[in-house]
Design a protein around this ligand. Structure first.
Ligand code: RB5
Length: 148
């Protein structure tokens, strides 16, 4: 894929995910992705919704095609992202989960539990998420029923 065809990726984390966010960002930029980093920008303690909401809005609006987010467990940031009607954020800790989150749920934000995943596994999970297409079909009907 030429880099112009690669999707724009929005990223966000709190302090617990800051280091992993940087590692993933570096890998994505190296591969030619454009990354929009919504923060946080240090390991200073902070509140994940402050970064999750802007990232979710960017994915909802189409400014970013997909998102990658993380906090310590992945739970707080998932809960926040999924408050947005257009967001399907999936907490994944292995490539197999990311594959199904894309194939079946057409997840548009991958969430990683930064304090509970090894870096190499996180990178593989990201690659799987980005390279797996949505299956459509019956899953299209199901995801259409998610918004409230
Ligand atoms: C921060 O200590 C931690 O609570 C946060 O990263 C996350 O795990 C919350 O869901």
């Amino acid at each position: 894929m030429s880099s112009s065809a690669l999707p724009v990726i929005g990223m966000c984390s709190d302090h617990a995910g800051y280091e992993l966010k940087n590692i993933i960002k570096e890998m994505l930029v190296e591969k030619g992705y454009k990354v929009v980093d919504f923060g946080t920008n240090s390991e200073e303690s902070c509140d994940y919704p402050d970064y999750a909401h802007p990232c979710a809005k960017a994915v909802e609006s189409g400014e970013c095609a997909l998102g990658i987010a993380m906090c310590g467990t992945g739970n707080g940031i998932s809960m926040t992202l999924n408050k947005h009607q257009g967001i399907r954020a999936a907490l994944c800790w292995a490539p197999e989960l990311a594959k199904l989150a894309k194939e079946h749920n057409n997840a548009n934000i991958l969430v990683l539990p930064a304090r509970f995943i090894e870096t190499e596994l996180a990178l593989k999970t990201v690659e799987t998420f980005l390279n797996t297409p949505f299956e459509g079909g019956r899953h299209e009907r199901r995801i259409a029923k998610i918004p409230v």
